[in-house]
Design a protein around this ligand. Structure first.
Ligand SMILES: *Cc1c(COP(=O)(O)O)cnc(C)c1O
Length: 406
């Protein structure tokens, strides 16, 4: 055994696969929307673990749910069901259009399930020719080979050998582009109501309504990937509710577990029937710990006060961002909904999102990039208003430092 000593960032380069380039700071503790690193330095968290820490860090409601479940039952596999999974599935179906739920442990996994279900449904109800999946450029659906191929950034899916086939991409928010490629051979259209990773790009209402209508015309299933937009992130429990467009399949993960890995695919009974016994599965899907936590998260977030609180916080963010814009003129626009907000950098600062991020770390603020041109905010949905004010002031400091460094 090696002698225990303070573990450092250098260890990452020694023993971790080099697919990430984490910052030099190692957080060791979090409370609400404040995080402390190994040296005791405090940071304000506007990143929320990439839209995951929906209740901030160590929220008492989730801590309690996890502690209680951890002393009761950890895992039984899907050879048996369990109470937290049943309870959560019941709550999810009561809260949404859905009648049936499939659980897994991540966004990619529930998207994988959605895509496989759509293909299988088409085989059951039509013929094997109906297998085309349409998705959108700049879309992001996860990193399994199927989901990354459906995602609209070829750079992520190339270099791994032959890709899954019958996937077509077209331009987001362009109904004519979709109309040109959709046909009776299309089995599903997969879309994020607001593209997250692709740059915080909201779909227009007319576009989503048009996508729904085209899917109906061609008997294609509409899959909403709400892995990033779901569970109150936009101020509605799910973004489909604010758009008033009902999908056939919806996927949710990230915020659902508030930091515990869990995902769910929601659909109707009629469509779900195609996932017969043995067609699909996941060892950890429906794990009691994950479901007990998600249950507590859903109960906490799905109430008028918390959802209205998201809209209130959005206003505070927008005011602050607009004030920064008025003083420094670095954004081309401020976009997004609820607490999924993005600021696109304008010329000559395009491509500098990572530099702004670095300056923010320096100023004691955690923010995100969404591609090279957009800085993104996905904080806790219950972030203290005082933390928003202090974080915005640190952001202003970061912008100043960034501009002075040029
Ligand atoms: C993060 C994300 C995913 C992938 O989720 P993982 O849990 O990383 O597999 C899929 N879709 C969207 C829209 C996401 O934002």
């Amino acid at each position: 055994m090696k002698k225990p000593q303070k573990i450092s960032r250098a260890v990452f380069d020694e023993v971790m696969v080099p697919n990430y380039a984490p910052s030099t700071t190692i957080p060791v503790r979090g409370q609400g929307s404040r995080v402390w690193d190994q040296d005791g330095r405090e940071l304000i968290d506007f990143a929320g673990g990439i839209a995951v820490n929906s209740l901030g860090h160590c929220h008492p409601v989730v801590v309690k749910a996890l502690q209680e479940q951890s002393e009761r039952l950890w895992h039984v596999s899907n050879v048996m069901t369990n109470e937290p999974a049943l309870q959560l599935a019941q709550n999810l179906t009561e809260a949404t259009f859905a009648e049936k739920v499939f659980f897994a442990s991540s966004g990619a996994e529930v998207n994988e399930a959605a895509l496989k279900l759509a293909r299988r449904y088409a085989v059951d109800h039509f013929d094997s020719e109906k297998n085309q999946i349409i998705a959108f450029t700049q879309g992001f659906h996860g990193r399994t080979f199927f989901t990354v191929s459906v995602g609209g950034q070829p750079i992520y899916s190339e270099g791994f050998g032959p890709k899954p086939g019958a996937i077509t991409h077209c331009e987001f928010n362009n109904l004519d582009a979709l109309r040109a490629v959709i046909s009776d051979k299309t089995c599903a259209v997969m879309i994020e109501p607001i593209q997250g990773e692709g740059g915080v790009m909201p779909a227009t209402r007319e576009f989503l309504k048009g996508v729904r209508a085209l899917c109906d015309t061609h008997q294609a299933l509409l899959i909403f990937d709400e892995v990033q937009t779901g569970v109150g992130r936009t101020g509605s429990l799910y973004a489909y509710m604010m758009y008033d467009v009902i999908p056939d399949i919806l996927t949710t993960a990230k915020s659902l577990g508030a930091g515990f890995p869990v995902g769910a695919m929601l659909t109707t009974s009629e469509i779900a029937a195609s996932l017969k016994v043995g067609t699909h599965g996941s060892t950890f899907g429906g794990n009691p710990l994950a479901c007990a936590v998600a249950q507590a998260v859903l109960n906490k977030i799905n109430c008028p006060e918390v959802l209205a609180g998201v809209a209130e916080r959005e206003q505070l963010f927008r005011q602050g961002l607009e004030a920064i814009q008025a003083r420094y003129d670095i954004f081309a626009n401020i976009r997004g909904k609820g607490l999924l907000l993005g600021c696109e950098l304008k010329e000559p600062y395009r491509g500098c999102a990572r530099e702004v991020l670095q300056c923010a770390y320096g100023a004691g603020l955690m923010i995100l990039a969404a591609g090279p041109h957009v800085i993104r905010f996905t904080p806790s949905l219950v972030i203290e208003l005082e933390d928003i004010r202090e974080g915005l002031s640190r952001l202003e400091q970061s912008v100043k430092t960034f501009l002075e460094s040029r």
